[in-house]
Design a protein around this ligand. Structure first.
Ligand SMILES: NC(=O)c1ccc[n+]([C@@H]2O[C@H](COP(=O)([O-])OP(=O)(O)OC[C@H]3O[C@@H](n4cnc5c(N)ncnc54)[C@H](OP(=O)(O)O)[C@@H]3O)[C@@H](O)[C@H]2O)c1
Length: 368
């Protein structure tokens, strides 16, 4: 199978090296903005890849929405399979890209887009074909998990650990997407879309990040045998989906509580098979490139156009049912409340207006 590779950055370099070890795969052409001196052909013009009849698969690893969207859709229209690690573009154009793959009889795979090196989306797709998935949730962002783990282990303040995460390359120069929970929310949307054959809108899902976390919050949890994680959860409720992203307190003894550093841990709940969890490296050149390679190999092995062939239906996000346990911190005082997620996020919005340092957290196990 001949590949047109777009991008030669952290993941692109890893993929290029891994593909070279596979007898069935050849990277024929690389789209790059500057010469790389590789054995394959290099071009700065995507048309050289889109129009090449020998190229079977386009592997998109440039990131961002544009021109990634234009390249991916043009490749699918040209009847080339597409593999991407780009959650932003798949989230923004999920339905259109899935439909393009089906219409053109080619495959679209994006396993590395949620969970990095964990075969999460491919496993989710496998379960979605044979069971009814009722919920997906997990620690989907390695940067925030690293910061929270270090805050817990070293009692160090958030700004110091954010800086350290940036120095180690775990956090971007602009860390907003990670620390405010937007990256985890995109991965949740992708997971829920696949799990429920749904079409969720990122902006409909309430989201609280970790940028307001303090050393006092860590101590509050520690005294109660709890640890902080940024958890993203979506659960099917009738014709709607309840979904939110929020700092979450897990008992230290649970698998989630013991998921430390930049690791991810993601779970699905299905009617017949119950809970299945997946953990491992949620990012990094080699783990992510391995999932991109696995997608290419599954296409070479004759995969279906997408993970699931169920029609995608728009589902509303509705958090108005089911009381849960929440922790509110405002003006340095902690309060536990039982209410629906809709009520909790609305109340948090109001509290934040008077105290911009306030915090909302979810307690899935209640108060122990
Ligand atoms: N890194 C991870 O751990 C990880 C994990 C999961 C998913 N992902 C996803 O994988 C994708 C790639 O991430 P990355 O970390 O490899 O990014 P990266 O290191 O920034 O690499 C991006 C590469 O794409 C090239 N590029 C960007 N725009 C281009 C364009 N218009 N034409 C040609 N080349 C272009 C860049 O070229 P220049 O060198 O010229 O700038 C660079 O080589 C993203 O969608 C990301 O979300 C990454």
């Amino acid at each position: 199978m001949q590949i047109g590779l777009l991008g030669y950055g952290t993941v692109g370099k890893g993929f290029y090296a891994l593909a070279a070890e596979q007898p069935s795969l050849t990277v024929k052409t690389l789209l790059t903005r500057r010469p790389r001196g590789l054995a394959c052909r290099e071009t700065g013009d995507f048309a050289d890849i889109a129009r090449d009849p020998d190229i079977d698969v386009v592997v998109e690893l440039i990131g961002g929405i544009h021109p990634a969207y234009e390249y991916i859709s043009a490749a699918l229209r040209a009847k080339k399979h597409v593999v991407t690690a780009n959650k932003a573009v798949v989230c923004a154009y999920y339905r259109e890209l899935v439909e393009l793959a089906f219409q053109n009889g080619v495959c679209l795979r994006c396993t590395a887009a949620a969970g990095g090196g964990i075969p999460w989306l491919s496993s989710l797709g496998r379960v979605a074909r044979m069971d009814r998935i009722t919920a997906v949730e997990g620690i989907l962002n390695g940067t925030t998990n690293y910061i929270l783990s270090e805050m817990t282990a070293r009692n160090a303040p958030y700004p110091e650990l954010l800086k350290q995460a940036q120095q180690l390359g775990y956090a971007e120069a602009d860390p907003t997407d990670d620390v405010e929970g937007y990256d985890a929310r995109r991965k949740l949307v992708l997971s829920a879309d696949l799990a429920f054959s749904a079409l969720l809108q990122e902006g409909d899902i309430p989201c609280v990040g970790i940028s307001r976390m303090t050393v006092a919050d860590i101590a509050w949890a520690r005294e109660r045998g709890l640890v902080w994680k940024l958890n993203a959860r979506a659960e099917r409720r009738g014709d709607a989906v309840s979904a939110f992203v929020c700092p979450t307190l897990f008992p230290a003894s649970t698998p989630e509580g013991q998921t430390n550093g930049s690791a991810n841990r993601i779970s699905l709940y299905a009617e017949r098979i119950g809970k299945q969890s997946f953990s491992g490296a949620g990012a990094g050149g080699w783990p992510t490139a391995s999932n991109v390679l696995a997608d290419c190999l599954s296409i070479a092995g004759g995969a279906a156009p997408f993970y699931s062939d169920r029609p995608v239906e728009p589902l509303a996000v509705d958090n108005r049912e089911g009381e849960r346990t929440w922790l509110f911190r405002s003006y340095g005082r902690y309060a536990i409340r039982q209410e629906t997620a809709a009520e909790a996020f609305e109340a948090y919005g109001a509290v934040s207006e008077s105290d911009p340092t306030s915090l909302l957290a979810y307690l899935p196990y209640g108060m122990l």
